[in-house]
Ligand binder design. Sequence first.
Ligand code: PLP
Length: 498
Amino acid sequence: MSSPVIFPFKSNIIIDRASSRHIYLQLCDQIIGFIKSGKLAPSTKLPGSRKLSEDLNIHRKTVVAAYDELMSQDWIQSIPAKGTFVNKNLPIINPKKITKSTNSLESKNSIGFRFKKRKHLIIKGLETIKATIKVDEGVPDHRLAPIEDIAKNYRNITNKKHHKELLTYGDTHGNIELRKVLVDYLNQSRGLKTSIENILITRGSQMGIYLASQLLLNDKKIVITGDTNYMTADNTFTEANGIIKRVSVDKQGINTKEIEEVCKKHTISAVYVTSHHHHPTTVTLSADRRMHLLDLAQRNNFAIIEDDYDYDFHYNNAPILPLASNDTHGNVIYIGGFTKIIAPALRIGYFVAPKEVVDEAARLRRILDRQGDTLLEQTLARMIINGDIQRHSNKVRKIYKERRDLFCGLLKEKLTDFFDFEIPKGGMAVWVQLKKPYNWDIVMTAALKRNIAFNPEWKRYDNNNSGHNGIRIGFAALNKKEIITVINVLESVMKSIQ
Ligand SMILES: Cc1ncc(COP(=O)(O)O)c(C=O)c1O
């Protein structure tokens, strides 16, 4: 062991008696810091416990406890009759000069390794924008979430002894009770003919889209989407190394004749559809196109990824049964969830497909998210059984219909000189096209000055640069007063830039 360096412990160690961290641990932290920064080199002799306790004005036992802790972590070692030393086997680190940047938060953000950055995934959302009202693309009003019912059911479950097993590792397919309940729920509400082995619980619909694309699209396989399409689905397909081919979307939904043409030239792995209310334009896929698409899938052996993200919100008539309800040949992967019925943060969804596909998706899911939130899933199962979910869904459907009618009524009354739109039959947003030559950037900047923020990424609705000038404006998360304010602001903005 080398001779001790004269390190000024007394002036370098600061004990904060007001801190909740124990004094002996504060001492450990600081000595470890000096070792890591190279200020205390391997083999440096440390002061005796009596000396250090006097220097720092702390109890000797505190220093002994700190040294014991440091020894148990192998930072220091004790050599009988010689003293206590920094572990000689630690690597030698050249002391760094303390500069402003090494000492500040900036140094926490410096990166000492390489990683892949995905430019296409950078999205500027509404979250960081400051505004009195934020107008989204069509999400539920989280203020209406049945949080008390959720808490009551959750508490009941956690209070029961036999439910303790829910706390351990479980089936990667998701909570068994919820899967059982979903069989009846989906078969009765959507005409599916599914059984428990066809259901995988996911973290929202997005995980379902991710799993489907990973199963179907590796190695530049082709997926057909609408032009326009839900941009996060596009990103997910790109991320899975798939090639996106686009076909047009009109008032009957995605154009299946064009899909047929693509199939003649290419081998297609999947077609992604938001058949109930196309995202973003909100149109419903017509009955003849539904039949055509299923027939094409069967003849060309491709999968239909049916993203039924907002099934429960259809206002003019009963919801249209999904393609999955007519899938006689196992072509449809049906994706949905409860994030839109309850609240986006309640991340429970489902992925319904033939058993082998579900099992493979469950294996894939296991390496991303071991099993989901078992307790919350059990809670949801209870809430479906006791009718809470259905009651809530009926309640918010009524509210959203009123909001849709108010929003569209005011749009029609005050803004038809500037916007084209159709009243959506369902969902939580209106597809609004700004008449030319107006520009959304100018409208949004002016609206923000009046404290109303719109989705700053509106250009992404036109991934294919077709120049449609449309954006989705969500009405469901705005109450009556907010809807009136938004329309008034839009009116004053449009008049000011006319
Ligand atoms: C078309 C579409 N699919 C999927 C999702 C994702 O839903 P979730 O929050 O359930 O993952 C959304 C969310 O807005 C959506 O609009």
